[in-house]
Design a protein around this ligand. Structure first.
Ligand code: FE2
Length: 269
C-alpha cells in the first residue's frame, strides 16, 4: 500500500515570452499540459519536486510563469537549480518555496538544497548548478553537508534529487556535459546504502542506471525531448512526461508517465 507519493518534474525551460519555443516546442504550453494531465489523472501528491532548468532565459518573468503554472502545488513544492537557472532570481521569485523546503546551510556556499521528511523517508535535494557553465559541479562542501545529513538520519531510507546525473547515460555529447566531480557524490552514496534512488533531470529522456545498489534515474522534460544515445544532440518527438515515486515503509516504486501524444514536433535549426 502506497503511503507517500512524489511527483517529479524537470527541465521546464520556460521563456519570458509566453509564445517562445525551444527548438519548436512551446514550453509554457507543454508545462501547462503536463500539470493539467496530472491534476486530471493522478491522485494527490505529498510533494512536487522540480530538478532544475525551470527557465531557459533565467528571467524573473519566466520564474513568475513557473510559479503561476505550479500554483496548485506551491505549498508542497521543492526545487533545486539546473544549469539553466539563476540562484538569485530563484530566491527573489520563489523565496517562499525555498524557505519551506528546509534549505541546507552549507558554509561558504550559496547552493539551494532541501531536506524533507516523508514518513520514514528522507528526501534530499542537491544543487549541481555551476554558474556560467553547462556541466554540473557537486562540490566538496556540499558532499560534507550531505554526508552529515545522511549520518544524522542513520538507516532511514532516502531519495536524492539533483539536476545533473552522477553517471554516464550513454550519450557522448550528454556525458560530456554531466557532473564534472561526480566521484564526490558517488563516494557519499556508496557510504550510505540507505540512499535507494537518485532522481535527476538534464538529459530530457528516461534513463535507468545504478551506483552500487542505488538506482539512478532521469525523467523526461516537460517540454523538449532528446533522443537517447548518439554522439550529438538529437531531438525526439516523444510526448512530454513526468515521474511518479511511490513510497511505502522501506519499499519504493517509480515510473515515468508521458502525455498520450505529442502536440508539437521539435525542429532543427
Ligand atoms: Fe534542460
Amino acid at each position: 500500500m502506497t503511503e507517500f507519493r512524489i511527483l517529479h518534474l524537470t527541465d521546464l525551460h520556460l521563456f519570458r515570452d509566453p509564445e517562445a519555443t525551444l527548438k519548436g516546442i512551446p514550453t509554457r504550453l507543454t508545462l501547462q499540459d503536463v500539470v493539467d494531465t496530472v491534476l486530471q489523472c493522478e491522485s494527490e501528491f505529498d510533494y512536487v519536486i522540480v530538478t532544475g532548468d525551470h527557465t531557459h532565459d533565467e528571467c524573473p518573468e519566466s520564474y513568475e510563469a513557473v510559479r503561476q503554472i505550479l500554483k496548485p502545488w506551491l505549498g508542497r513544492l521543492a526545487i533545486v537549480p539546473g544549469n539553466h537557472d539563476d540562484r538569485d532570481v530563484m530566491r527573489t521569485i520563489l523565496g517562499d518555496v525555498i524557505a519551506q523546503q528546509n534549505p541546507g546551510d552549507i558554509p561558504g556556499d550559496d547552493r539551494i538544497t532541501f531536506t524533507l521528511d516523508c514518513g520514514p523517508w528522507l528526501l534530499a535535494g542537491l544543487d549541481t548548478h555551476a554558474p556560467g557553465q553547462v556541466p554540473g559541479q557537486f562540490g566538496g562542501a556540499q558532499a560534507a553537508w550531505l554526508n552529515e545529513r545522511l549520518a544524522v538520519h542513520g538507516n532511514r531510507p532516502c531519495v536524492l534529487f539533483c539536476h545533473h546525473p552522477a553517471v554516464d547515460v550513454g550519450s557522448d555529447w550528454m556525458d560530456a556535459i554531466g557532473l564534472t566531480d561526480r566521484n564526490e557524490l558517488v563516494d557519499v552514496v556508496r557510504n550510505h546504502p540507505a540512499v535507494q534512488l537518485i532522481c535527476c533531470g538534464h538529459v530530457h529522456h528516461e534513463f535507468n542506471g545504478q551506483i552500487g545498489r542505488t538506482r539512478v534515474v532521469t525523467t523526461p522534460s516537460t517540454g523538449l525531448q532528446f533522443a537517447p544515445g548518439g554522439t550529438q544532440a538529437k531531438f525526439a518527438d516523444d510526448p512530454p512526461g513526468y515521474r511518479v515515486i511511490e513510497l511505502c515503509d522501506n519499499q519504493l516504486e517509480t515510473y515515468v508517465v508521458r502525455l498520450s501524444h505529442a502536440e508539437h514536433t521539435p525542429v532543427c535549426d
